[in-house]
Design a protein around this ligand. Structure first.
Ligand SMILES: NC(=O)c1ccc[n+]([C@@H]2O[C@H](COP(=O)([O-])OP(=O)(O)OC[C@H]3O[C@@H](n4cnc5c(N)ncnc54)[C@H](O)[C@@H]3O)[C@@H](O)[C@H]2O)c1
Length: 250
């Protein structure tokens, strides 16, 4: 399948996990891919791997929570590869904590990357998409944006925010040729899961509700769902939140 021939795709969080798999998936279907991540070496590795496979890719070291960094990167990507037509927001962080003990800095860091970062990237990309009269955005939410879970106030709030940001943008730009949707994964086999940690004294069994009997998805499985939502096959879809979670939220 070459569903993304002639498309210029920006993928954030492309240095690892879902973002890396998604960048590879779009490249394998003909897209030129701008790979963005805070982790310089990792994102360069992603772009080099795609380039070695014969597709076009460029790496950009970017902090999605910083408006200047986002603006400069999206302009550079547009100059290097062409006007972006697809944006996939995968960059994300998380950490479990007892809410009554959580430092406000930690709250702001998670909201800053997951929610504000997604907004800033959408804003910068939409400016280019409006010029071209078309565009597709897929934001990565989470089951944590649809149901509550303990020790996750900042993460759940950020992902719930991504859900409503997606719907609000979908409505605002519905007559501008820009589709905006979200994919809400459950567990994915990536390094992120190990970074959440377990707060002291927490009964880990309370997290069983977010564990699918099927185990975790692979990043490649989720990337396939993201690619479908971004593809012409989903051309009538906007404002949708697509759960891809092994039944966690059924
Ligand atoms: N892994 C899971 O179980 C799971 C479940 C549901 C949703 N998600 C979501 O999927 C997305 C991808 O996560 P993943 O599992 O691949 O994690 P990951 O840790 O493997 O990758 C996340 C990437 O985002 C990058 N990043 C972090 N902060 C950044 C910033 N400020 N600017 C730019 N890049 C930054 C990291 O460097 C990393 O490369 C996230 O939004 C996450 O919340 C993950």
């Amino acid at each position: 399948m070459q569903r993304f021939k002639d498309e210029i795709v920006i993928v954030t969080g492309a240095g690892s996990g879902l973002g890396r798999a998604t960048a590879g998936r779009f490249a394998s279907e003909g897209a030129a891919v701008a790979c963005l991540d805070l982790a310089e070496d990792a994102v360069r590795e992603t772009a080099e791997k795609i380039g070695a496979g014969g597709a076009k890719a460029a790496a950009y070291t970017t902090d999605v929570s910083d408006a200047d960094s986002v603006g400069a990167t999206v302009s550079a990507a547009a100059a290097d590869l062409g006007r972006p037509t697809i944006l996939i927001n995968c960059a994300g962080i998380g950490k479990l904590a007892h809410s009554h003990e959580m430092p406000v800095d930690e709250w702001q860091r998670i909201i800053g990357v997951n929610l504000t970062g997604t907004f800033l990237m959408c804003q910068a990309a939409i400016r280019h998409m409006l010029d071209g009269g078309r565009g597709v955005i897929v934001n990565i939410a989470s089951n944590a944006g649809l149901i509550g879970q303990p020790w996750s106030a900042a993460y759940c709030a950020s992902k719930g925010g991504v859900v409503m940001l997606t719907k609000a943008l979908a409505d605002e730009y519905i007559k501008s040729g820009i589709r905006v949707n979200a994919v809400a994964p459950g567990g994915i086999e990536t390094p992120l899961q190990g970074k959440f940690g377990v707060p002291e004294g927490a009964n880990i069994k309370r997290l069983l509700k977010i564990t699918s009997p099927w185990g975790n998805a692979t990043p490649e499985q989720v990337a396939g769902c993201v690619a479908f939502v971004a593809s012409p096959e989903a051309s009538y879809m906007t404002g949708s939140i697509v759960s891809y979670d092994g039944g966690i939220t059924l």
